[in-house]
Design a protein around this ligand. Sequence first.
Ligand code: FMN
Length: 185
Amino acid sequence: MTSSSSSTLDRVRPLLRARQVREFTEEAVDPAALEAITEVARWSGSSRNTQPWRFIVIREPATIRRLNEAGLPQTRSLRTATAAIAIVLPADPTGTASLTYDDGRAAERMLIAASMLDLGAGIAWIREDVRAAASQILGLPDDRLVRTVMALGHPTEAARQPKSAPGQARLSRSELIFEERWPGD
Ligand SMILES: Cc1cc2nc3c(=O)[nH]c(=O)nc-3n(C[C@H](O)[C@H](O)[C@H](O)COP(=O)(O)O)c2cc1C
């Protein structure tokens, strides 16, 4: 890689560094950080700028643990999270693809924001069979659902360590990125 392309890469380094964190220390998340992360969520893009989501900031440990227990193993990051943000969406079966896309856009932005603030975040996916329990825990009306809860907190030392051997965490560029056309003859 040339030195000019490596300095370009350095500018996007915060995105390369944003990884899932699933184990957190007991240290609370600063309220200013939660405000900044929710501000990032509020500014996420969405289909036709409909802003379909609402975000529930959860600081009550008992609520976070109930969500953890309801949705294991996907919700395991909520076992030690000291805060969480639930992304609440309209329960509209006709708009599932678009709403799920918007859900992911907000989730990933929050994950990156947390990482930039030297916090950790993890996606806790609420399976379809867990949605009723999650709705009840969060007091959602019938026309809303939650598919993603972002677990937040200060990463433990172990959680900061690489999860894979060098070069193993992602497919190589040659496997993932093609020029102009699908590869082949
Ligand atoms: C749609 C989607 C659902 C996910 N669901 C979960 C989940 O339920 N629980 C979990 O711990 N991680 C979940 N993840 C996180 C992935 O496991 C994670 O992005 C992947 O392992 C890469 O992790 P890394 O960025 O730390 O390498 C989900 C990610 C996506 C995009």
